[in-house]
Write a protein that binds this ligand. Sequence first.
Ligand code: GDP
Ligand code: MG
Length: 166
Amino acid sequence: KSGFVTIVGRPNVGKSTLINHMVGQKIAIMSNKPQTTRNKITAVHTTEKGQVVFIDTPGIHKPKSKLGDYMVSVAENTLNEVDLVLFVVDATEKRGAGDEYIIERLKQVKTPVFLIINKIDKVHPEALLPIIDDYRQLHDFKQIIPISALEGNNTSSLSEAIFDEM
Ligand code: GDP
Ligand code: MG
């Protein structure tokens, strides 16, 4: 199996940590041609089930400038061009305007979205249920998966779920 995945979320929720955890090696470089697509391949996750390519998305946030406008439109195009979106939130932080803005954008795309609740190593298990309930009311997530990207808790389940979606 193979496919394309993009990871979105507020700054500091753990997107880079998750990519680093999922990926053995970074792609060196493919060609010396100028970049013809707007999508950037950052990393490949390989298991016996196949290969998943993570696409780097510029941050999704309320644009405050022309450039910001452009970056957001690039990010939104990426959402439509991948097979799966991972929306990462921080279990230790309250949901905020940044999360809600991203969810509004996610509602515009047909691509399936997994809600990834990260940093569960820092919260009590009982604290997870209210978080799940809260987000579930905002969007019809295909799956909701709590993980610790830092410690690797439940990341193998995430990997399986990703390949099941491809
Ligand atoms: P990004 O801005 O979304 O790419 O977030 P980063 O991956 O840079 O992570 C932001 C901070 O959160 C860093 O200090 C990470 O070490 C920390 N972090 C990321 N994932 C976890 C996690 O699962 N548990 C804990 N405790 N810290 C995490
Ligand atoms: Mg990052």
